[in-house]
Design a protein around this ligand. Structure first.
Ligand SMILES: Cc1cc2nc3c(=O)[nH]c(=O)nc-3n(C[C@H](O)[C@H](O)[C@H](O)COP(=O)(O)O)c2cc1C
Length: 474
């Protein structure tokens, strides 16, 4: 049978999926996908797999794909990161019999992707991307798709999408954030960009970003005209999001743990899922957070889940916390978590934050800090390692050192001193005042005083011209 393309592929193979669970490293594993599918997800992506490792390591293939096969888990798209056409295609050939399409990750903005030269760090290498997609389109029996981030400029984003389409990409997921919008700087995704891409290409488009509820899904489809909507964090906090329900947290936790018993996965995945699912409840039942962090077995986790359920139910029966705070529903209801922006984050209390915030960043899939950086951040919770948040110094026009804020020449103190001395000019910004009161008054009256040739004095040396003039003013 010929390979289905574009809209045909979407409507037949993907069964017209509108509700899509995102690729999530360590989080979109089989058990979570099955849970999400039971609650309204119509298409799921595997976590990103490393193409090169997939090709060379049979165990990696087994653990991450071949042993994760389940008939209920279709349609399924396997995602790879890669930067070499041959390696990408070799990996895809080894995966294509287990899925409905192969996706190329062009959206990962993390430092690890920068070092590995993949994800969003390929978004300026159009020639390479063209070759990767062309070869995959030619060699694979299943379609090739891409997940991209946007450029700040809408027209460049559109040209980028068209280039991928032309190379053979059969479906595009557009995450409406730029590669700089990550972690605390995430901000809102731009549906404007997504809408422009949707209009400009003739393949199906999924929108990604800002999806926290079923209403968001409907609004996004309405506003942008996309075929489907992908959710990551929204799905992790409420796997029933696509059903338009917000069940009690223990209900979904218990169901997930049952699926994990049948389709085991590493305990760290389970723990991370429950941290997300119980996010709001753990703010209230802090002690359970510690227990969840310490426990070493699946049954141990199930016991914590049982305890959490009991405490919440007691709370409900005592009518404690009957009034939800602010606009949020009760903490035991699955609900979105809105990440604080940089300003709110810096307001968070030092003691309460530190360790917890670090944990949370790991949970969020944001960049994991090195041990040294974590230590530094524990000592100083306000410390940030984001280069874009580093204070930026205006530089001296001549030597590149920080310039004086109010220097009239835009120079650092050393360069200003030399120049002011040479030109016999004052720099009030640097406090370098070269003229005597008499000279100043003459200038004010419109008469130029006769000045000693400044070059004869060595600037900065005692008794030099500038020093003499400054002391005359003192
Ligand atoms: C825990 C986690 C893991 C992620 N792993 C991947 C991944 O493997 N591949 C990928 O393309 N994006 C990955 N992402 C990004 C999401 O797929 C998605 O693009 C991003 O979170 C924005 O969607 P959202 O606003 O619904 O969260 C990950 C996100 C999270 C939260």
């Amino acid at each position: 049978m010929p390979k289905l393309q574009g809209f045909e592929f979407w409507s037949h193979t993907l069964r017209g999926a509108r509700h899509v669970v995102a690729p999530m490293v360590d989080q979109s594993e089989l058990a979570w996908r099955l849970l999400s599918r039971r609650h309204g997800a119509q298409l799921c992506y595997t976590p990103m797999l490393h193409a090169q490792v997939f090709v060379r390591d049979a165990n990696y293939r087994k653990e991450n794909l071949y042993c994760e096969v389940c008939p209920e888990d279709r349609p399924l798209i396997v995602q790879f990161c890669a930067n070499d056409p041959e390696v990408f295609v070799q990996a895809a050939l080894l995966a294509q019999d287990y899925c409905d399409a192969i996706d190329l990750n062009l959206g990962c903005p993390q430092m690890i992707a920068k070092r590995g030269h993949y994800g969003a760090f390929l978004q300026d290498e159009w020639d390479l991307l063209q070759r990767m997609i062309l070869l995959a389109h030619e060699k694979l029996s299943v379609p090739v798709t891409c997940k991209i981030r946007v450029f700040p400029e809408i027209d460049k984003t559109v040209r980028y999408a068209q280039m991928l389409e032309k190379a053979g990409c059969q479906l595009l997921t557009v995450h409406g954030r730029t590669k700089e919008q990550k972690g605390p700087l995430s901000g809102a995704a731009s549906w404007e960009h997504i809408k422009a891409v949707r209009k400009a290409v003739a393949i199906p488009v999924f929108a990604n970003g800002n999806i926290q509820s079923l209403q968001d899904v409907e609004r996004c489809i309405q506003d942008t005209g996309v075929q489907g909507v992908m959710s990551a964090e929204g799905n992790l906090h409420n796997p029933a999001l696509f059903e338009g329900r917000s069940p009690a947290v223990w209900e979904l936790a218990e169901e997930y743990l049952d699926i994990v018993r049948e389709h085991p996965c590493p305990l760290s995945y389970v723990r991370a899922h429950l941290f997300k699912l119980w996010h709001h409840t753990l703010q209230v039942h802090q002690q359970l957070r510690e227990e969840l962090a310490k426990v070493k077995t699946l049954e141990g986790i199930a016991a914590v889940s049982q305890e959490l359920k009991m405490r919440c139910q007691e709370e409900i029966s005592r009518q404690e916390g009957a009034k939800p705070t602010g606009n949020l529903p009760f903490h035991w209801i699955c609900q979105p978590y809105v990440r604080p922006g940089p300003r709110e984050r810096s307001k968070e209390k030092a003691g309460a934050r530190s360790k917890r915030a670090l944990e949370e960043e790991e949970e969020c899939g944001t960049e994991v800090l090195s041990k040294n950086k974590q230590k530094k951040q524990l000592r100083n919770p306000h410390k940030t390692f984001d280069p874009s948040l580093k204070p930026k110094y205006a530089k001296c026009d001549q030597c590149g050192n920080p310039k004086g804020n109010r220097c009239v020449f835009s120079l650092c103190r050393g360069c200003c001193k030399r120049r002011a001395s040479k030109e016999t000019a004052d720099c009030p910004g640097h406090g370098l005042l070269f003229k005597t009161k008499l000279e100043k008054s003459l200038i004010w009256k419109g008469t130029q005083p006769e000045l000693q040739e400044p070059q004869t004095a060595t600037p900065g040396t005692p008794g030099g011209f500038s020093e003499v003039m400054s002391s005359a003013l003192a």
